[in-house]
Write a protein that binds this ligand. Structure first.
Ligand SMILES: Cc1ncc(COP(=O)(O)O)c(C=O)c1O
Ligand SMILES: N[C@@H](CCOP(=O)(O)O)C(=O)O
Length: 463
């Protein structure tokens, strides 16, 4: 299995090389050259398997021979051993035909743990075997950063630097990033918003001298391995609802488009997915684009669902690549227009291609709060604000003939203020992190300046 860049100019890489590189050297994102498929019988055979066994069968064809079957299976087992629920991704029924897929039972209480716990294991195995070390830099609106720090803290072959927008993450998210004591993790609070953090990260990847000097690696969903690990729970959920003999739809709270793109890959692999619904908050560039064809960035408005306060949605590039017939030069041109003019227009043919797979909707702040309140009062379910956006949009897109699964992307206790405002209840943190607010914090304030950031990273890794 080879991986090619969405901009068509970077060399094709193996799974392991693509995982360790993050962003392609032409600025694009790696995608598989071909998508392996699973037949209805292959999917039927997933019935009754554990999450780990399902993960092995779904991901194995993408991984190539860098990892043996035995090693890959062991790493999957280790990755999910620390989850707080035996099913790993359990489902609860919200209403007839509407299910909530709980993706928040991992160590940092958000769906990011599904991929991050696994790639922590994959990185460690690959780097030890190669005798290499890397510098991971990540950009976060709160959850990727905490999951990355949890997965990579204390590893010998890795330094991890996480850029988060100062004052724009929840207190639980911030403390999850700033309280670990391991010397190889560095929480950096940047003056700006998430898109600024992500732009600086991409600038570092495009500064080849710096990239090669520090051996830069990325664990945002620009890294294909992140997307791959997230494909698995679409299979586990759909199979438990009757796939391949029954179609299933999914609604996904969306920001950087990584999670829903994983659903699209599951569909391309043969999982009978009817609708994939993008649910956004008031930062609704994706909903506007799927409605009108215009991808136009605007101001990022802070919301009660801060993890989705995103305007430049990285993985949308992967969807555009397919919608433009895998024409890397067309994608490169759109991305140039985005950089120079703040937006682009999707051609009619490509928009039609996108709409064949994706529908969309948005929830305002008031609608999000009302949904949290309603889910609590009528169903006894406490939702985080991101998941509430999914539930609200799913309700508008449901078709009674097809089960709808809404992805619950974070635990309500990560966003207690919004949940309390809506429901009157302040959700407690799980016992294992009950002392989070007593631990000392360690964080560095940084300017939104590439050269200052690169200097800081160089100094820290050379200490
Ligand atoms: C809790 C939560 N929900 C939803 C999202 C959006 O996911 P994606 O960026 O993959 O679209 C994020 C951030 O990525 C998140 O942290
Ligand atoms: N919501 C994310 C933003 C980064 O997304 P990623 O999936 O590309 O890592 C976060 O919580 O950091």
């Amino acid at each position: 299995m080879r991986y090619i860049s969405t901009r068509g100019q970077a060399p094709a890489l193996s799974f392991e090389e693509a995982m360790l590189s993050g962003l392609a050297r032409d600025g694009g994102l790696y995608v598989p050259e071909t998508i392996p498929t699973m037949s209805p019988d292959d999917i039927r055979a997933l019935h009754g398997l554990s999450y780990e066994e399902t993960a092995f069968r779904v991901m194995r064809p993408f991984v190539g021979d860098g990892f043996t079957d035995e090693t890959f299976g062991d790493l999957i087992s280790k990755a999910y051993a620390g989850f707080g629920h035996n099913a790993r991704a359990p489902m609860v029924q919200l209403a007839p035909g509407h299910f909530l897929l709980e993706l928040f039972h991992g160590p940092t209480l958000a769906f990011k743990d599904f991929a991050m716990q696994l790639i922590g294991q994959l990185f460690e195995e690959a780097l030890t075997r190669r005798g290499e070390r890397v510098t991971i830099v990540g950009a976060t609106s709160g959850d990727t950063g905490s999951a990355a720090i949890e997965a990579f803290k204390g590893l010998d072959a890795v330094d991890v630097f996480i850029l988060f927008p100062h004052g724009r993450v929840s207190e639980v998210q911030r403390r999850q990033m700033t309280t670990p004591t391991e010397a190889n993790v560095h929480a950096l609070a940047l003056d700006g918003h998430f898109d600024d953090c992500q732009a600086k990260l991409k600038d570092m990847f495009n500064d080849f001298a710096f990239r090669d000097e520090v051996r830069l690696a990325g664990v945002n969903s620009i890294n294909w391995a992140r997307v791959l690990a997230q494909v698995v729970y679409y299979f586990s959920a759909a199979v438990s609802l009757g796939a391949p003999d029954r179609k299933v739809s999914f609604t996904v709270p969306t920001g950087n488009f990584g999670d829903i793109f994983a659903g699209y890959i599951a569909k391309r692999m043969g999982l009978p997915i009817d609708r994939l619904v993008v649910a956004t908050n008031q930062n609704d560039i994706l909903h506007r684009c799927l409605s009108s064809g215009d991808y136009k960035t605007s101001e990022v408005f802070p919301s009660i669902s801060p993890s989705m306060d995103i305007q430049v949605s990285s993985n949308f590039e992967r969807a555009l690549f397919d919608a433009y017939g895998r024409d890397g030069s067309a994608v490169a041109q759109l991305m140039d227009e985005l950089k120079s003019g703040g937006g682009f227009h999707v051609s009619q043919g490509a928009l039609q291609g996108l709409r064949e797979h994706f529908e969309s909707g948005r929830a305002s702040e008031d609608e999000t709060l009302a949904t949290i309140r309603k889910a609590h009062d009528s169903m006894g379910e406490l939702l985080c604000p991101h998941s509430a956006i999914g539930v609200k949009v799913a309700d508008e897109h449901r078709d009674p003939a097809t089960p709808m699964v809404t992805l619950a992307t974070a635990h309500p206790a990560k966003f207690p203020d919004a949940v309390e405002q809506a429901s009157g209840l302040r959700p407690p943190l799980p016992e294992r992190m009950a002392d989070l607010f007593d631990r000392p914090e360690r964080v560095t304030r940084v300017e939104n300046d590439l050269s200052a950031l690169e200097t800081l990273i160089r100094e820290r890794i050379n200490k």
